[in-house]
Design a protein around this ligand. Structure first.
Ligand SMILES: Cc1ncc(COP(=O)(O)O)c(C=O)c1O
Length: 399
């Protein structure tokens, strides 16, 4: 009989066999999976036999998440990553080589811009930024650069610009480029870019897919051969998703439709209400009839989503006062959660920029971005009323 330490290890790692199907995908919290013999391990590691060997390469829980999002997006295959940025990094690197150029939307999440400029720029990959709503400019940039990739966001962060995916896919394909779409703000409930011609779709699953602000995760979905090309980057760069985080995102998915309906309904209400307030200069929400993205949104989105932005009269001080007055909405940088989140980029994420630099980035000093949560709409209106009152009090101070 084996001795105590050996028995403890063997006893604790004896995995129960389960022939019935669990109601929830189990958390396979295991770094490795052992094979019955050397041949099986060799075959699994070299991919000639399906199975699991090491969780950086593949894990049943994280694989279940990739497959689930592929299903919701109408894609052939999906792969999960540790974060949205790891997913975006892998998607871009799988489609572009040193010496080539990417054409990307200028209405872009800041960290994705940093990835393109700071990280990929250093590797000899250049990026040309274009207005995604100016199709002639997109076409010209693709023609001039010979770019293999056009990169856009369905609804952009933070300025809520809606990209016309069908038109952009046609432009990309005319120039033999692939269209990569970050669908984080819309979620597959509101929009499935592959139906409109996109080639690869990325998500920060940290946001609406998880929905509860308790996990970091990312996913890429698309045609099988394109997703297969991502796996070496996942395996060699090591941005693998943790099984617990995959489980938490899977737990969010069954309520995605209910959450997105409620996020959209409340955001539509708040956007219309904000538009009527004396110290709100402009509201950006694709559900508003006069929004620049409304016509495309009506064609492309099933609901208008929970993200809105608005500009306050009174500049930076007014924006900061609004943010500080919030009692229900959280002051943080994320989005897509059950709780409403407001950010004032000029006094937080972009505080180092002076007025001229802010203007160049397309960000008004009084711009607030709001991820509308699932609270009662009346409570949110009262919170926003408190914010608007505080903003009125701060008006007139030097910017
Ligand atoms: C549109 C968009 N894409 C990607 C990301 C990055 O996601 P993650 O924080 O999961 O890496 C974010 C994060 O805020 C985002 O807003």
């Amino acid at each position: 009989m084996a001795r105590f330490s050996t028995r403890a290890i063997l006893a604790a790692t004896r995995t129960p066999e389960v022939t019935q199907t669990p109601s929830a995908v189990p958390i396979y919290q295991s770094a490795a999976f052992s094979a019955s013999d050397a041949d099986e391990l060799g075959a699994v590691l070299t991919g000639t036999q399906p199975g699991y060997a090491y969780s950086r390469i593949d894990n049943p829980t994280t694989a279940a998440l990739g497959a689930a999002i592929a299903d919701l997006e109408g894609a052939e295959a999906g792969l999960s990553f540790a974060t949205g940025m790891a997913a975006i990094h892998a998607a871009i690197l799988s489609t572009v080589k040193a010496g080539q150029t990417i054409v990307a939307t200028q209405a872009l999440y800041g960290t994705t811009r940093d990835l393109l400029v700071r990280v990929l720029g250093n590797l000899g990959i250049a990026t040309v930024f274009v207005d995604p709503t100016d199709l002639a400019a997109v076409d010209a940039a693709l023609a001039a650069s010979g770019a293999p990739v056009l990169y856009v966001e369905t609804i952009s962060n933070p300025t809520i610009v809606v990209s016309d995916i069908s038109a952009l896919a046609a432009a990309a394909h005319r120039h033999s480029a692939l269209l990569l779409v970050d669908n984080t703000f819309a979620s597959p409930y509101a929009c499935r870019p592959i139906e409109h011609g996109a080639d690869l779709v990325m998500h920060s699953a940290t946001k609406y897919l998880s929905g509860h602000a308790d996990a970091l995760a990312g996913v890429v979905v698309g045609r099988r051969e394109l997703v297969d090309a991502l796996r070496p980057i996942l395996v060699d760069a090591g941005g693998a998703l943790a099984p617990l985080a995959a489980y938490l995102v899977l737990r969010g998915l069954p309520t995605l439709s209910l959450r997105m309906e409620r996020h959209s309904e409340t955001a539509t209400d708040l956007a219309a209400w904000l538009q009527g307030q004396d110290n709100v200069e402009r509201v950006y929400y694709p559900g508003l009839p006069f929004d620049a993205g409304h016509a495309v949104a009506r064609r492309q989105l099933d609901v208008f989503g929970g993200m809105l932005a608005f500009e306050l009269r009174g500049g930076r001080d007014a924006g900061r006062a609004f943010l500080d007055a919030m009692r229900i909405a959280e002051r943080t940088a994320s989005l897509g959660a059950v709780r409403t989140i407001t950010t004032h980029p000029p006094s937080t994420t972009h505080r180092q920029l002076d007025s001229a630099a802010l203007a160049a980035a397309g960000i008004a000093p009084g711009l607030l971005r709001c991820s509308v949560g699932l609270e009662d709409v009346q409570d949110l209106r009262e919170d926003f009323e408190r914010g608007l009152d505080a903003a009125r009090g701060a008006e007139g101070r030097p910017a």
